[in-house]
Design a protein around this ligand. Structure first.
Ligand SMILES: [Zn+2]
Length: 248
């Protein structure tokens, strides 16, 4: 194979790896945002559960206050019962007392229901707090993994620029210019594989004579449609599998 073509393939592989690494680094803020959002959601669930519990407690206190009032009324009635003078007054007072007792019973039942509901809500708060703790641990772990990944990628990106400069220096000026020109017009993908008589990126069918030239690999052949430099990999795969998304 033409030495320049071989180096251009290497250069493309290097650029593909760089693009991929850069894309991963660029996507990190959004991944960190997702982690923050997960944590915020768990926190909101705890707040909602706490607020439900507080509401239920407030309702119960209101019922307890009513109960206190009815009980006070009841004991007043019981005192007044001693002081009544007539049968009619006595009957009326008995009626008031019965009504108040029924009310006391109803409010006590109501309080019991509120207490049971309060127990359920307290359990919900505990469950939400446990879930938040789990989520917090998980998010911290993922954040640390992201930071490790980022520093590895940044080191890679840093090292790649030296490697690229060295490689570029070993390529003939005309081949280098062609690469840079196609690369800048084709989103950084200048060298791609020709496979089964087609350009593997834009998929155009190559003329048989052109495909033969590519098979020989003794000169730089460009796709007539996307202008990318084509090569043949006898093992298949190659630059295509690591090429960042096809762009025409
Ligand atoms: Zn093409």
């Amino acid at each position: 194979m033409l030495p320049d073509l071989e180096r251009l393939i290497q250069l493309q592989q290097l650029d593909n790896a760089t693009t991929e690494a850069q894309r991963t680094v660029d996507a990190m803020p959004s991944r960190i945002k997702d982690l923050d959002a997960r944590l915020a959601k768990s926190r909101a669930a705890v707040e909602a559960a706490k607020s439900g519990l507080a509401d239920k407690k407030g309702e119960r206190q209101a019922v307890e206050k009513s109960l206190g009032e009815v009980q006070a009324r009841l004991s007043r009635f019981n005192e007044q019962l001693m002081a009544v003078k007539t049968n009619k007054e006595y009957t009326a007072m008995q009626h008031e007392i019965a009504t108040a007792r029924t009310e006391v019973q109803r409010l006590e039942d109501d309080i019991l229901e509120h207490m049971l509901a309060g127990d359920d809500l307290a359990a919900e708060v505990e469950a939400a707090e446990r879930a938040l703790q789990t989520e917090r641990t998980e998010v911290e772990r993922e954040r640390a993994a992201l930071e490790t990944e980022r520093s590895v990628l940044e080191r890679t990106l840093h090292g790649t620029s030296d490697e690229r400069a060295k490689l570029t220096g070993s390529i003939g000026a005309a081949a280098r210019r062609l690469f840079e020109s196609v690369s800048s017009q084709r989103s950084g993908v200048a060298v791609v594989e020709a496979r089964d008589g087609h350009c593997s990126v834009c998929n155009v069918r190559l003329r048989p004579q052109m495909f033969n030239q590519i098979l020989q690999g003794t000169e730089l052949v460009q796709c007539e449609s996307c202008m990318r430099i084509l090569y043949h990999d006898p093992n298949g795969g190659g630059a295509r599998s690591s090429a960042p998304g096809p762009s025409r």
